[in-house]
Design a binder for this molecule. Structure first.
Ligand code: MCA
Length: 553
């Protein structure tokens, strides 16, 4: 009788496993992250941080790697906040009410390109763009109509605007005042992240230094007058969309944030008077684990820097709270329904990364602004994650994962490496002025596109599993007559207001722009007498000038 063959001994150590694995063939694929980092076949306990207690900790405790709140989504789900806006204030008000009726829990305003660039709708430079990619807001009257019938004391509102943020803030304060809601009751966020405009999004109105001062005025004013408001949403989203890696997104965003902290301290503010209301905004790209690690590292770095470098004593100042949006650049025009899947995975990364607020892109957004049906599916995606998947039942379910913890450490190290390089250049403002960040992003973007073009990185429906054209996706068409309607609206405001009061308000602004006075009260005065956005920008440009970029190739 022959003895039964004995099964080979199972490896018991990592080294033994490596020996077994090393003898096996690997399929022909690139094992690198979206950001180009090599990924090992296996991570083990040896990859966990040496001092786990200090590096990982518990949710709601320093360094907040596992989340900013002790109860996270068991206590309260993230805010479901779809970014919306098109046409005039009236069309967008209708879309806002539709979203609130379908269970959305906060509002997020998209402005049109002229509003983002500080042009009135009747400016020749606005032609063809009015109400196209967001809502057209020219005066306080538009802002009042945008939120008509929506109680600004009850809903948290986000406004995505940067260079002219302080002006929109003033319109918002006056619109709320006319609803009977005082500034101290207003809860929400304005993006106002001007450094990332020079780095990535390129929507500026003024040179860097006065733009920084205007933001400083708003942060300072909000710290005493609007304590529930987030006066800046420090944004990595656009940096990433411009082609940055996850590491660059993390590093440049946090360094922008730390620069705002330094500026506010230099203005004489106590760090604990403003830091609790600083807020962040990150991208959720398709490389699931890399993204989760990015959010966890961001919380840890922010907590350490605010406590240890900037001396914040209030634990609320240490919390890196953030909004997430799924990656617009990951959407494909080809086979657009695949985008529903991409968005769901990206959104889950945001949730497992502990986001406070989430926007899920609609599947048709590589082609046009989303239709109502597409927006509803995007919102339902968040609701499915929240209520069906179990992802919200336990806090930070990936905490302690060998891979995720190792990636979190790598992310942190990469960010600190960039901090050092930026400090060597004289800080973030200098790095921006000398195009350091812009060049780093351009190189990363070129590298990734090269991998896609070579077919090394597969994009389903684009360079693999292609199917030819698609013209079946129903698209939203913006009524071109809305531009005329908006121009008539701004002209009607101009005709009805008292011109002398507007002139007075603009002269006061010009004088103050040339002095260290805080501009916010004067912007609110100008908003009350219906000065238009373009007029206010022009008044400030009369003193500060505008900005011309030195392009990077
Ligand atoms: C791409 C596109 C473009 O450019 O075109 C864009 O940029 S779109 C960009 C769109 N951007 C955005 O939409 C930005 C959105 N940002 C935000 O909503 C904020 O800045 C945020 C990230 C801090 C999230 O604020 P939020 O109000 O939604 O959420 P919070 O986390 O602050 O929670 C609300 C309140 O509930 C409390 N709370 C929440 N969870 C818990 C919990 N588990 N236990 C106890 N309390 C909790 C909070 O303390 C807070 O109270 P309390 O209020 O008393 O402290």
């Amino acid at each position: 009788m022959t003895p039964a063959p004995s099964s080979p001994a199972a490896p018991t150590t990592f080294e033994q496993w490596q020996e077994v694995y090393g003898a096996l063939p690997e399929r022909d694929a690139e094992f690198v992250s979206l950001s180009g980092q090599p990924v090992r076949p296996l991570y083990t306990e040896a990859d966990l941080p040496a001092d786990r207690e200090a590096a990982i900790g518990l949710p709601g405790s320093f360094p907040y790697t596992r989340g900013v709140y002790p109860s996270m989504y068991r206590g309260r789900l993230w805010t479901m906040r779809q970014f919306a806006g098109f046409g005039t204030a009236e069309e967008t008000n209708e879309r806002f009410r539709y979203l609130l009726d379908h269970g959305q829990t906060g509002l997020s305003t998209a402005f049109d390109m002229p509003s983002l660039m500080g042009h009135d709708s009747d400016s020749p430079r606005s032609l063809g763009e009015v109400g196209r990619e967001g809502v057209a807001i020219d005066t306080t009257v538009d802002m009042e109509d945008l939120f008509r019938g929506i109680d600004l004391g009850a809903v948290s509102v986000s406004m995505t605007i940067n260079a002219p943020a302080a002006i929109m803030m003033a319109y918002y304060v006056v619109a709320a005042e006319r609803q009977g809601v005082p500034p101290e009751q207003l809860g929400g966020t304005i993006q106002a992240d001007i450094l990332k405009e020079y780095i990535a999004q390129k929507e500026w109105c003024f040179p860097v230094d006065p733009a920084m001062r205007l933001l400083g005025d708003m942060i300072q004013w909000c710290s005493t007058e609007m304590p529930r408001w987030h006066p800046v949403s420090i944004s990595g989203y656009h940096i990433r969309e411009a082609g940055a890696t996850a590491q660059q997104e993390l590093a440049f965003t946090l360094k922008d944030g730390l620069t705002y902290v330094e500026q506010a301290i230099e203005r004489g503010l106590d760090v604990d008077d403003f830091a609790p209301r600083l807020s962040f905004f990150f991208n959720a790209q398709i490389d699931f684990f890399e993204e989760i690690a990015k959010y966890r590292a961001a919380r840890r770095i922010w907590a350490k820097e605010l406590r240890d470098t900037y001396g914040a004593k209030n634990p609320k100042s240490w919390l890196m709270r953030f909004h997430t949006q799924t990656a617009g650049v990951s959407l494909t025009a080809q086979q657009p329904l695949n985008n529903i899947t991409r968005t769901a995975i990206e959104a889950l990364a945001g949730v497992l990364g502990g986001t406070q607020s989430l926007h899920t892109n609609s599947y048709d957004e590589a082609l046009a602004l989303p239709t109502e049906d597409a927006v509803r599916i995007a919102l339902r995606t968040q609701q499915i994650i929240a209520h069906e998947t179990g992802a919200t039942s336990t806090i930070d379910p990936l905490g302690g994962s060998y891979y995720v913890e190792a990636l979190t450490d790598q992310m942190e190290a990469a960010a600190y490496d960039y901090f050092r390089r930026i400090d060597e250049l004289g800080g973030m403002v200098e790095a921006v002025k000398t195009n350091f960040c812009q060049r780093e992003i351009a190189d990363a973007s070129y590298e990734l596109q090269g991998r896609i073009d070579a077919g090394d990185r597969i994009v389903v429906g684009v360079n693999r599993y292609t199917e030819g054209g698609d013209d079946r996706t129903p698209l939203l068409h913006i009524d071109p007559t809305l531009e005329r309607k908006q121009i008539d609206r701004v002209n009607a405001v101009r005709a009805a207001r008292e011109g002398a009061k507007v002139e007075e308000a603009l002269s006061a602004l010009r004088a103050a722009a040339d002095s260290p006075s805080n501009l916010m009260p004067l912007l609110i005065d100008a908003a009350r007498v219906h000065a238009s956005e373009g007029e206010i920008i022009q008044a400030l440009q009369d003193v500060w000038g505008s900005y011309t970029e030195t392009p990077v190739f």
